[in-house]
Design a protein around this ligand. Structure first.
Ligand code: SF4
Ligand code: SF4
Length: 295
């Protein structure tokens, strides 16, 4: 039997998010959150913050309607991990982790044009061993408290697939989960603009307990983006080396083509990052880089 530092009753109280945030911060202070550089070893991400969405929030249905039936709702994903469970959607919570890029990574990326900074590529390349591991750690923490918890994008049948309307879609979207969990709204470039801007990585965990839901302080999908709210800005489009962002939105195929093309250059410049690819230039040196513009 695992020793519990908190009991289930306290987990469902208002202080739980702080508790989970402390656990997440402690994990990110540990050895997993390392950029694996032999020359400049340092933290890959800054301290994370958390949000919570209810498993039966009406937005899940809206997302499923827009994305199509291949996109999972929380209950569907949860039952893939725990098929014997008799749980209802309203008994689930979706916990979202927002892991900001470090100030050093943002500074380097900001100074880059045409090709991403090494620090940015590094944090992206190792994000699964860091942010993915953080999600597994929190799921394990919740399991030790007696709950059932799982990481949806770690399911075997998680996949990214061509989509008629969105070009590319996935069976689970951290960004949409973060939107439902009150963490921010979308920008012209498709990234989620949070209270720390859009230079971050996201992760999610689904758990069978009702955690206190984080309120959404917005009503529109693109509310925080200056292009959609004021018809101005377009700074992310100007940062894109291949013109993948326009008033029509984000051309994911063009973007993906550029990401793929970075592989060979990265391998040549940094052999230890062989296999890495990335860009993210549209996420820095823009008004929504580290804040909600105008807030
Ligand atoms: S840079 Fe401007 S147009 Fe692009 S997402 Fe941010 S606020 Fe919107
Ligand atoms: S990630 Fe790079 S290629 Fe893709 S939209 Fe942003 S700037 Fe353009």
């Amino acid at each position: 039997m695992v020793h519990l530092s908190v009991n289930q009753r306290s987990l469902e109280s208002q202080g739980v998010l702080n508790l989970l945030e402390r656990e997440a911060a402690s994990f990110m202070d540990g050895p997993a959150n390392d950029n694996r550089s032999t020359e400049k070893p340092e933290k890959a991400y800054a301290s994370p913050f958390l949000g919570v969405a209810a498993g039966d929030d009406a937005y899940w249905e809206k997302i499923a309607q827009a994305a199509g039936e291949r996109h999972w709702q929380p209950l569907e994903a949860f039952k893939k991990a725990f098929p014997q469970s008799q749980i209802m959607a309203g008994q689930l919570s979706v916990l979202v982790m927002v892991c900001p890029q470090t100030p050093e990574t943002i500074q380097d990326q900001k100074a880059s044009s045409g090709f991403p900074a090494e620090r940015w590529i590094r944090s992206r390349f190792y994000h699964e061993q860091i942010v993915g591991a953080l999600c597994e750690h929190l799921a394990g923490y919740l399991m030790n408290l007696g709950y059932l918890a799982m990481v949806p994008d770690h399911l075997n049948d998680f996949t990214v697939y061509p989509h008629e309307r969105f070009q590319l879609a996935s069976t689970w979207s951290h960004r949409h989960a973060a939107f439902v969990a009150g963490q921010g709204t979308f920008g012209l470039c498709d990234a989620l603009i949070t209270k720390v801007g859009k230079a971050h990585r996201l992760g999610t965990v689904i758990v069978n307990c009702r955690l206190p839901v984080t309120p959404r302080s917005y009503s529109q999908t693109y509310e925080y983006c200056l292009f959609y709210s004021k018809g101005s800005c377009h700074k992310c489009a100007k940062r894109c080396p291949v013109g993948a962002i326009s008033s029509a939105g984000h051309d994911k195929n063009l973007c993906q083509g550029f990401l793929n093309s970075t592989k060979a250059i990265i391998k040549e410049k940094s052999p230890d990052l062989s296999g890495a690819y990335g860009c993210g230039l549209c996420q820095t040196n823009v008004p929504c880089e580290v804040r909600v513009p105008g807030h």
